[in-house]
Design a binder for this molecule. Structure first.
Ligand code: SF4
Length: 302
């Protein structure tokens, strides 16, 4: 079985820098990670093994972390939360991604100019919470079902950094259609690494019989890559690790695409790649031509 790797996949610079900052901490047991550093189980295991404490994302506001030093994740926090931690005597090791900061600045700028801010993203996601907590008013638009006619004369749109840009543009267009009375301003705050990873998957569509996406179960950008393949009608297998691969899912597959979310360790990607190559014996109809899509083995559906 041939494995075609996406030209861009896995760790983005924001996650790489955040993890490097964490791994450089001399005394991890004296540091609390304020939420999940990234949404990836292998990374959590690595950090827990080093001795870091982690506050669950939905418990961050419940109490002050027990340690004096607090590591802010790449997803960022609001100024309000930053002030609360500082007022509580905490020192911050801030690994907020610069592109998340850019999205915060865009939202704050729109609000300052009198726009009601609409955030295209996942309601309740930790990045979206950080993005919205400092705003006087906002709405989160998760999909077309959330688009309505708003009473505001000015609507300013920003995006969670990991929203597929095509989805963001479609939502912005729908917002415009439903709010012809309003001055609608759209600021594209989707990050470049997210765009590159989506474009790389799109380039593989039509060239592979199935796609394997490596990434955490609660990773938003990983979920978007899975969604993209599924929407295109491509069989897609989402795994966290090589051990989760089911050989039966690849019966009859000649070419498989490989991609990974921005929080996936290089080691996990390489393990899955090696495991896919190892599936070859007994699973490839030797010398058989690639069957047309409609005639492919249905078990190649993950
Ligand atoms: S996904 Fe984008 S915004 Fe998020 S950490 Fe990576 S580069 Fe930064």
């Amino acid at each position: 079985m041939e494995v075609l790797r996406a030209s861009a996949m896995g760790f983005c610079f924001g996650v790489r820098d955040a993890l490097a900052a964490a791994l450089a901490v001399a005394e991890p047991h004296r540091v609390t990670i304020h939420g999940e550093l990234v949404h990836n189980e292998a990374v959590h295991a690595l950090l827990a093994g080093r001795g870091f404490r982690t506050v669950a994302e939905d418990r961050r506001a419940a109490a002050l972390p027990a340690t004096e030093q607090v590591l802010i994740t790449a997803h960022g926090i609001s100024d309000r939360e930053r002030s609360r931690l500082l007022a509580g005597g905490k020192t911050l090791l801030d690994t907020t991604c610069p592109l998340v900061r850019k999205a915060h600045a865009a939202a704050v700028q729109l609000a300052a100019e009198g726009y009601h801010v609409l955030v295209l993203g996942k309601r309740g996601h930790v990045e979206v919470r950080g993005l919205t907590e400092d705003l006087p008013g906002f709405d989160v638009i998760g999909g077309l079902e959330d688009v309505r006619t708003f009473p505001h004369a000015r609507l300013g749109i920003v995006c969670q950094t990991t929203v597929p840009i095509a989805q963001a543009r479609a939502l912005a267009q729908e917002i415009r259609c439903r709010n012809r009375h309003a001055d609608v301003r759209f600021l594209d705050t989707v990050c470049e690494p997210t765009k590159q990873r989506i474009a790389a998957v799109e380039a593989l569509l039509g060239r592979v019989d199935a796609m394997v996406v490596v990434g955490g179960r609660n990773s938003n950008n990983t979920a978007k890559l899975v969604e993209l393949c599924a929407r295109a009608g491509l069989p897609v297998v989402h795994v966290n690790a090589a051990a989760e691969l089911d050989p039966a899912a690849f019966t009859g597959c000649r070419r498989v695409g490989l991609t990974a979310g921005t929080s996936t360790l290089d080691a996990s990607i390489e393990e899955v790649h090696a495991a896919l190559l190892a599936l070859q014996p007994g699973h490839l109809p030797t010398g058989a031509a690639l069957p047309p899509a409609a005639a492919r083995d249905p078990r190649c559906a993950g």
